[in-house]
Design a protein around this ligand. Structure first.
Ligand code: ADP
Ligand code: ZN
Ligand code: ZN
Length: 817
């Protein structure tokens, strides 16, 4: 029976869904989970149907759905349930929750396109045309060829072609009609060839003479054959305009070619290591298996020191899941790690890409949508990805693995502010699957649950093959300065260490916590910092890009020659970032092969692959980078890891500062000495006596856990208390103040009744993206108390007509900024 109305979540920051009528013609194609195009105010929006209903609310005028977009509903019923849970638990707008769960195409318009097929392209190039009908066809085909092989359906219609004629060409195999996402052509790439080479046109004799640049292009193409445009630009070192000119001059030809998704050069020649499990791994796996046999939900914590072979346990657990006819998700905290685990999974579980999908944000929208739909269509049964891969539309889920479960990158710091690990546990519960959390340094919350018996604890206490843990040494920067009177971020110990590495032909990793060249800019005369205009935070100097950037809102500024406040010319840059460190290392070790990996150098999958692949294969000696290098990587020839400033995270006003520092340093230490060569770690710090650093040196998780839990218990922080951070924000300061005051009136009667309410106070980031921010911190030992008061607050906002978007709730916040 089909119902006449449906409730649709729209990509808006609102806590409600909207009701639409389903026209009779669409009854069959609109189901819960389907994406639909609907009118909203004077726009068209893509939303997702949450449920079909018999009745519509009477007060409003109900409009019709314009179009159904999916043959197969994008979201499964289980995912809709999960979305509702997220919206409820995190008090997040339902529309934004579902937007985060859908594949990227949802906000793109879909367009019909006419594309040349291979035989169509050949026909377009043929000169001899006999009949007049053929002549007409030929005209269209050459027009298509001229436009690179693809034209929007609408433009073809404008040329006077009707549906029937196009269908004829399609049946003849000359063109295809496809659906595409507007403005996205990444599925195909433009390939350039030297015209003389293909034999299609013998134009070589009448071509104009080539200049030096054109000669470069010519020799590149003659040596390598046709090349994708982007590659040609790199190989021949010319600009796009050179190519365009040569195309106009008839020296080159170009066409669109599909990018083959099954080609990942990264996999070429890769043979996954095959190990027999050691006794510890075996007994961990046995417990996982026992959980599978029970066939019910459960959370397991795999606590294994760095280099203990956790990945091997993950892969076997996935293998057993698949053998039971179920599917699995592996979450990793960094895009870079999807490369290694993705490749291992492809080698283990599927010829080529079959069976394994990889999802993360360095993919283009088209790539991501394609991977997503492969999963939805049941073509992939294992998903490897970062945070949002927890929404992968797998059915019959048996196992969710969360690697490095303590990582803060699992927490989304924009709406919906969910924690990927916690959502993983909830999803596992909904699907009656097992959740396997893994870490060398579990979060206090997780380890606390394992201690209490809420989670099952599996332990790998030693490294594989009894390899030694790396030796960790502290470099006291105060002493170093006293000796050298230098302020270089590379201490003399680190300097010598790197030298030794280079001499032994092993590799070094050098970590620094900030990207950019300098992360602070200050006037020496008047002391004014150069802050972002939209945020109360210093801007970061990027030397290569020759500008200042705000890492919070993305705004850019030219580099000031004079102080914007007092016009003094003594503008001073300080606080060295990764770009600066790379420059220094190049200067100090001129013979070394050095690369840098951070968000500035790696934006696409390809860039990650190039740098990490080069380091792993030994083509680099030193790799400099930010946190993203600290975790998970298994580089076998790294014998030295240097941490330039270990304590910058300690000084943050945050109760998790010690935990974060301990975790980071222990993870970093875990990158050294993983192969047969012993490892050494140098930690530079100003606070060598801090327990987070001391315990990290000993790589003693339990000691740290005991000490830190004491502190949390006394101070009433998680895991002993639930927290919510509530931020009131507006571009107008007066409004932000007024609303904070109103919200405070609502909150204060609740204070003290099983709940502590701190604030309102100016948030540490008092201004962000042009908005003023005030903050309340809510603490309660009982989560339900917190949830009740907060949902009451939402009703109160409505009553007082405070806009929903002005109040932001961060449940279980990781950062209180
Ligand atoms: P972790 O994630 O615990 O830090 P990995 O899973 O990356 O450790 O494993 C570390 C290294 O040990 C890898 O190179 C892996 O191939 C190897 N390894 C795993 N299991 C075994 C084993 N049973 N015997 C020998 N080597 C192993
Ligand atoms: Zn000044
Ligand atoms: Zn900013």
């Amino acid at each position: 029976m089909s119902l006449p109305f449906c409730n649709v979540a729209l990509p808006l920051p609102l806590r409600t869904a909207f009701t639409y009528a389903i026209p009779d013609t669409l009854r069959d194609s609109v189901q819960p989970g389907s994406r639909v195009l609907v009118p909203f105010r004077n726009k068209s929006l893509v939303g997702v149907v949450l449920e079909c209903v018999q009745h519509a609310p009477e007060s409003t005028k109900i409009r019709d759905i314009t179009k159904a977009l999916d043959f197969l509903p994008a979201l499964t019923p289980k995912l809709i349930e999960l979305g509702h849970w997220i919206a409820g638990y995190y008090l997040a707008p339902v529309g934004e929750v579902f937007r985060a769960m859908l594949p990227p195409v949802t906000e793109l318009r879909i367009e019909r396109q006419i594309a040349l097929t291979d035989s169509g392209r050949a026909a377009a190039h043929k000169q001899a045309v006999t009949t007049s009908a053929n002549q007409q066809h030929h005209a269209l085909l050459s027009q298509l060829a001229e436009k690179g092989g693809v034209m929007p359906f609408a433009s073809v219609v404008k040329l006077g072609w009707d549906d029937a004629a196009l269908q004829r060409l399609r049946r003849a195999g000359l063109i295809e009609i496809r659906q595409s996402m507007l403005g996205r052509k990444a599925k195909t790439q433009r390939v350039i060839a030297w015209k003389g080479a293909t034999g299609l046109v013998a134009a070589a004799e009448q071509t104009p003479a080539c200049d030096a640049k054109a000669e470069g292009v010519k020799s590149a193409l003659q040596a390598r054959g046709p090349l994708p445009l982007s590659q040609l630009l790199r190989v021949a070192r010319v600009s796009r305009s050179v190519i365009e000119r040569m195309l106009r001059d008839g020296l080159l030809e170009s066409w669109e070619e599909r990018v083959d998704p099954a080609e990942d050069p990264f996999d070429a020649g890769y043979v996954p290591p095959a190990h027999d499990l050691n006794a510890e791994q075996e007994s961990a796996l046995k417990l996982v298996r026992a959980r599978f046999e029970l066939g019910e939900f459960g959370v397991l914590l795999l606590h294994g020191v760095t280099g203990s072979g956790k990945t091997e346990v993950y892969l076997r657990a996935v293998q057993e899941t698949l053998a039971r006819g179920k599917t699995a998700i592996i979450l990793v905290p960094e895009i870079a790690l999807t490369l290694w685990i993705g490749r291992q999974c492809r080698a283990w579980f599927g010829a080529r890409f079959e069976g394994v999908a990889v999802l993360h944000s360095a993919l283009s929208d088209v790539e991501r949508a394609r991977e997503w739909w492969r999963v939805r269509n049941g073509e992939a049964r294992v998903v490897v990805g970062t945070r949002s891969a927890i929404f992968a539309p797998l059915q019959n889920l048996g196992l969710i693995i969360v690697d490095e479960e303590q990582e803060s990158s699992y927490k989304q710091e924009e709406t919906p502010r969910y924690h990927g690990r916690d959502v993983a546990i909830v999803r596992a519960k909904m699907e009656n699957a097992a959740a396997l959390l893994g870490s060398a340094t579990p979060s206090l919350e997780t380890y606390h649950h394992a201690r209490n018996g809420k989670y099952e604890l599996l332990t790998l206490a030693s490294r594989v093959e009894q390899r030694a843990m790396a030796r960790v040494e502290i470099v006291d920067l105060r002493e170093d300065f006293a000796k050298t009177h230098q302020t270089s971020p590379i201490s003399s110990a680190l300097q010598t260490g790197i030298q030794e590495c280079l001499a032994q032909k092993t590799q070094a990793l050098v970590l620094i916590n900030r990207r950019g060249y300098s992360w602070s800019v200050l006037c020496r005369s008047c002391g004014a910092p150069v802050q972002c205009e939209n945020c109360s935070i210093s801007m970061t100097h990027h030397k290569q890009r020759n500008r200042l950037e705000c890492h919070y809102c993305g705004s850019l500024k030219p580099i000031p020659k004079l102080c914007p406040k007092c016009q003094s010319k003594y503008v001073y840059f300080f606080g060295e970032g990764s770009e600066h460190l790379e420059e220094r290392l190049r200067k100090e070790f001129p013979g070394a092969r050095i690369a840098r990996l951070d968000r500035d150098t790696a934006r696409t999958k390809r860039q990650y692959q190039e740098t990490l692949g080069a380091f792993a294969s030994g083509a680099l000696d030193i790799l400099v980078g930010t946190q993203m290098l600290a975790k998970g990587h298994d580089f076998q020839r790294v014998t030295l890891v240097g941490v330039v400033s270990a304590d910058s995270s300690l000084s943050l006003p945050d109760f998790r500062a010690a935990e974060r520092t301990f975790q980071l340093l222990t993870q970093v230490a875990g990158r050294a000495g993983r192969g047969e060569l012993p490892g050494r770690v140098l930690i530079q710090t100003f606070y060598p006596e801090h327990y987070a650093i001391q315990d990290a040196v000993k790589q003693d998780y339990l000691a740290f856990y005991e000490r830190e839990t004491q502190f949390r218990r006394v101070m009433a922080y998680p895991p002993f208390t639930s927290l919510a951070n509530v931020i009131v924000r507006d571009a107008d300061l007066q409004k932000a103040i007024r609303w904070s005051r109103q919200l405070s009136e609502y909150f204060s009667p609740h204070d003290g009744k099983g709940l502590r309410i701190l604030g309102p106070a100016a948030a540490p980031l008092a201004r962000l993206k042009r908005e003023y921010r005030f903050q309340f911190l809510l603490k309660s030992p009982r989560r339900s108390v917190l949830a009740d008061v907060l949902s009451g607050a939402m009703t109160y906002l409505e009553l007082k007509e405070i806009p929903e978007t002005a109040v932001l709730v961060d449940m279980d916040p990781l950062s209180l900024m």
